[in-house]
Structure formats: structure tokens, C-alpha cells
Ligand binder design. Structure first.
Ligand SMILES: Cc1ncc(C[n+]2csc(CCOP(=O)(O)OP(=O)(O)O)c2C)c(N)n1
Ligand SMILES: [Mg+2]
Length: 344
């Protein structure tokens, strides 16, 4: 049996996460601008989704990613070709960052045939096999077992890749996550569990739901090392995931990262948000991930404020175009009711 790491080793091993990256060496100025641009795209895409939802063009459950953009963008930039991604229903941002076509994502949200799941999955079931984006899952925590299975396939077929398996802080309380983590550890699977701790599961704060709010320690009983990450900061996300990935591949071990983050919008589109004060949201707006990267660009004279404004305006126009194209697209034919569905 291949038992490698236990509690005593963890403190020493956890140092791998602290390996600093040299930003100047790692990213060209053009890279940094494109990172800013992608984060603004995610935000403005979601703002357009909120408008279309309010107008009745998007139906059903819908959960926005505003505030959490640094995680998806930092992950995808630190990831390598053919790494896989799987997440919860709060999925538009990660799919977008993985290179998903915004028209196909919006088409999915508006129930159009051009949608990435032919308009039949909706907001919670964004999926793109080509991008190795395995969804979009509505059952809280269920994707943790699926992501572990994807990692099993990678190991089985000797692939040099990892599966980033996302969940929320609420999802991290589901039993199957622990069953999965135990198997991942026992079988040395290349999985990076990413807990997006945005402080709330629907209207319940983590303080009301869990005894130990340090989610990054949750892997300890299974010998899975973990780290806390500033999920509002692109550079912290990037470096921790990069280090975690190296460790995961070299040591062939699962890893757990807790991204401390915050969602600026409600849980879903129907959340009046009575469980938190506006002052709390305002505090987190001070560390808005997009403002942080924008400030970096300006302070390091990579972009000026007006260049950033221009990028923002262009993206705003592009998102109007994305909305227009999706709304003009055809709805699925009736025959689609009978395709891609399981029957006994
Ligand atoms: C098994 C299961 N239980 C309950 C729900 C209802 N539900 C939907 S989202 C949610 C909260 C999950 O919160 P978290 O994991 O923190 O993710 P976040 O919404 O904050 O991204 C709950 C309880 C569900 N979809 N599935
Ligand atoms: Mg949460």
C-alpha cells in the first residue's frame, strides 16, 4: 500500500505553496493586459446575463460569478493543455475562462440551439468536451466524485494532466467529497480540489454552518495537503495553483486549495440578500479582483486608466453583440426533446 503523507509531514510539505513567482519573468505586459481583459469579460458577461434574466430572456436557476473572477482566470492561466475542469452550477465564469465561446454560453442560457448543451441544459449545465470542461452540476457536491473519476482516468491512461475539481464552501460539507478525497489519496490521483469559499451557502454564513472554518485543513485526515489562497488576487491564485499542479504531477498526489473569495451578487437571481449588510459587500469591493489587477497595470505603467476604460467599453459593446446573437438564434426543434436524454 502506497501510504505517503500523514499529518506530521503536512506542515513541511505545505511550504511548496509558498514558492513565489516572479511576476515580471512570468508574464509579459501583453499577458497582463489580456488577463485584465479576460476578467472584465467575465464580469461584463455576467452583468449582461443579469439584464437578460430581468427581461425574461433567461429562465430557471441562474448563479452569477461576480467577485470570483480571479480564481477562474488564475486557474486557467496556471493550468496546462488538456487539464480538465469540473464545477458546480456557478459555472459561467470558469467555462468562459476555459476558452468557451461566449455566444454559445449565452445561447445556452437563453435556451437556443447554438448553446453549448443545445439550449437544453441552461445556466447550471454548461459543458464543453473540447475544452475539457465537464460542467456545470446542480447537485451540491456531486461533481467532487465525478472530478475524482476524471483524475482516475488520467492516471489510468498515464496522462500528464490534472483535474481541477471545484466546489463551494457549502459543497465542501457534503459527505461524498470526503469519500472522494480518501480514494484520491489512497490511489494517488492527480486531482486538485478547489474550494471556492465565498462565505455563504445560499443564505447561511460559514460561521453558522461549520465548526472549523479553515477549509484548507479538511484534507488532513486523508494525507491531502492544502493551502489557503487569496481568491480575490489573481497573482496569489496563479502561483498557488501553479505550485500545486507541479506537486500534484511530480508526487502524484491530490491537493486541496481553499480560495477565500466573495460573491458580490446574491446566491441566485432570486436572492434578496437579507442575510448580509451592504457594508460587508462594500468592504469586499475594496479588494475587487478586477480593481486589483487594474491597479497593478496602472502602477507599473503597463496601461493607463483611459486604456483600461477603453478596454471596458469595447467589452461592453462585445457583450451587447453576444446577447443580440444569442437572442436572434433559433430555439431547438421539438424533436430535441427526445435526443440526449436517458431512457430505460
Ligand atoms: C444535494 C443538494 N442539496 C441542496 C441543494 C440546494 N442548494 C443549491 S446551492 C446550495 C448552496 C451551496 O453553497 P456553496 O457550495 O457554498 O456554493 P456557492 O453557491 O456559494 O457558490 C444549496 C444548499 C442542492 N442543489 N443539492
Ligand atoms: Mg459558498
Amino acid at each position: 500500500m502506497n501510504k505517503q503523507f500523514f499529518r506530521d509531514d503536512i506542515e513541511e510539505l505545505s511550504k511548496i505553496f509558498d514558492k513565489k513567482i516572479d511576476i515580471k519573468k512570468e508574464f509579459s505586459n501583453e499577458d497582463l493586459k489580456s488577463i485584465y481583459k479576460l476578467m472584465v469579460e467575465l464580469r461584463k458577461f455576467e452583468e449582461r446575463v443579469a439584464d437578460l434574466y430581468a427581461k425574461g430572456s433567461i429562465a430557471g436557476f441562474c448563479h452569477l460569478y461576480n467577485g470570483q473572477e480571479a480564481i477562474a482566470v488564475g486557474n486557467v492561466r496556471a493550468g496546462k493543455k488538456d487539464d480538465a475542469y469540473i464545477t458546480s452550477y456557478r459555472d459561467h465564469g470558469l467555462m468562459y475562462a476555459c476558452g468557451g465561446d461566449p455566444v454559445k454560453i449565452m445561447g445556452e442560457l437563453t435556451g437556443r440551439e447554438i448553446g453549448c448543451s443545445k439550449g437544453k441544459g441552461g445556466s447550471m449545465h454548461i459543458f464543453d468536451l473540447e475544452k475539457k470542461f465537464y460542467g456545470g452540476h446542480g447537485i451540491v457536491g456531486a461533481q467532487t466524485a465525478l472530478g475524482t473519476g476524471i483524475a482516475f482516468e488520467m492516471k489510468y491512461n498515464n496522462k500528464p494532466n490534472v483535474c481541477y475539481t471545484y466546489m463551494g464552501d457549502g459543497g465542501a460539507n457534503q459527505g461524498q467529497f470526503y469519500e472522494s478525497m480518501n480514494m484520491a489519496s489512497l490511489w494517488n490521483l492527480p486531482v486538485i480540489y478547489i474550494i471556492e469559499n465565498n462565505g455563504y451557502a445560499m443564505g447561511t454564513s460559514i460561521e453558522r454552518a461549520v465548526y472549523d472554518t479553515h477549509f484548507f485543513n479538511r484534507g488532513l485526515p486523508f494525507g491531502v495537503i492544502g493551502a489557503e489562497v487569496d481568491g480575490m488576487n489573481f497573482f496569489d491564485v496563479y502561483s498557488k495553483i501553479k505550485n500545486a499542479r507541479e506537486f500534484c504531477i511530480e508526487k502524484k498526489r491530490p491537493v486541496l486549495l481553499e480560495m477565500k473569495t466573495y460573491r458580490f451578487r446574491g446566491h441566485s437571481m432570486s436572492d434578496p440578500g437579507k442575510y448580509r449588510d451592504k457594508s460587508e459587500i462594500d468592504e469586499y469591493k475594496k479588494v475587487d479582483p478586477i480593481t486589483q489587477i487594474k491597479n497593478y497595470l496602472i502602477e507599473n505603467k503597463i496601461s493607463t486608466e483611459s486604456e483600461c476604460d477603453k478596454i471596458d467599453d469595447e467589452i461592453f459593446d462585445r457583450m451587447n453583440e453576444v446577447a443580440r446573437l444569442s437572442l436572434e438564434a433559433k430555439e431547438p426543434d421539438d424533436v430535441e426533446l427526445y435526443t440526449d436524454v436517458y431512457s430505460h
